[in-house]
Design a protein around this ligand. Sequence first.
Ligand SMILES: NC(=O)c1ccc[n+]([C@@H]2O[C@H](COP(=O)([O-])OP(=O)(O)OC[C@H]3O[C@@H](n4cnc5c(N)ncnc54)[C@H](O)[C@@H]3O)[C@@H](O)[C@H]2O)c1
Length: 343
Amino acid sequence: MAGIAVAGAGLIGTRHLAALRAAGLAIHSVIDPLPETAEVAQAYGVAHHTSLAAALAAGPSGVVLATPNSHHKDGALECIAAGVPVLIEKPIATGLADARRIVEAGEAAGVAVLTGHHRRHLPVVSAARERIERGALGRIVAAHAMFWLAKPDSYFETPWRRAAGAGPTFMNLIHDIDMLRFLLGDVVQVQAVQSNAVRGNPIEDACAAVLTFEGGVLCTVQASDAIVAPWSYELTAHDNPAYPPTGENAVWIGGTHASLALPRGEEWSDGGKRDWWQPISRTTLLRAAGDPLVAQMQNFAAVIRGDAAPVCSGRDGMESLAVLIAIRTAAATGGAVVPGEDG
Ligand SMILES: NC(=O)c1ccc[n+]([C@@H]2O[C@H](COP(=O)([O-])OP(=O)(O)OC[C@H]3O[C@@H](n4cnc5c(N)ncnc54)[C@H](O)[C@@H]3O)[C@@H](O)[C@H]2O)c1
């Protein structure tokens, strides 16, 4: 394998480089127009390119697009046109029309497109999915996901972080939505409200949504970056060393025979008695250690070799984006929205 190139040597791109190295995978090159990122390439002993076109001409086996969201569509189409598999950071695109173009171009050309929703690669999430698929929870009735944390005032000094699309719903809740879709299936209807009462910015400080999944599972989700609290996947999952972990749960899934709390992987069951006067007991799912970014790169390499299917495909990324867009539409209109039919 010629190696995987990383486009965008910023916050997450440098973590992808570290993940490639940790996975023992060949790094092809670093692509970034900023001259100072040549040092990043140098640190890994690989070529530095200032454009994606130049890197593609040098024949990478795959490209990770860790570039700003507005570049995802053009970058992905360029990779697909060159026949090079591409892993696109989330969100796959800024809008559904662009996401569809990427997915359809990849499918038409037979070029693999993956989306970087790395939580699917957390061992506890895979274990939860297996328990749900095996029917260990019985019929799933409801779920709840929390993204409550406090971003510092300095975060909002950068103008784009106060502008449309930069609120906690689009920036953060997208990870929870994708994980819930991975665990529970497709979302068929969305209702939502949003508020900017704390900061008064054009974007929301808080969002509450009700998602109906296929099969009728009802799910409430909450996102706010204006609350001091320990309950968000960022602060609980230990998947990003930048966040001080709290050891709490942030997602709950309830079935007719047992329920699950994540990311601690706690399963509560009454042993089949279904009786509120009987004690219920807690077991902890296997929590094997593992960096989800490393596992994501291993999956990308296996897809490139033709040995595996994407754990999170471009289509998965598009469908998760469709739910986020539906939340925005539902909050703006006050109505119930079917994901994909509003954008
Ligand atoms: N999965 C996650 O948890 C996660 C976390 C952070 C960011 N992200 C996503 O990753 C992407 C990048 O975010 P970030 O925070 O690392 O941004 P960043 O601003 O830190 O880095 C982006 C880099 O891309 C470079 N760049 C810009 N245009 C380019 C181009 N045409 N070709 C190559 N490089 C180019 C910039 O110079 C910069 O170095 C975004 O889509 C973001 O949503 C995902």
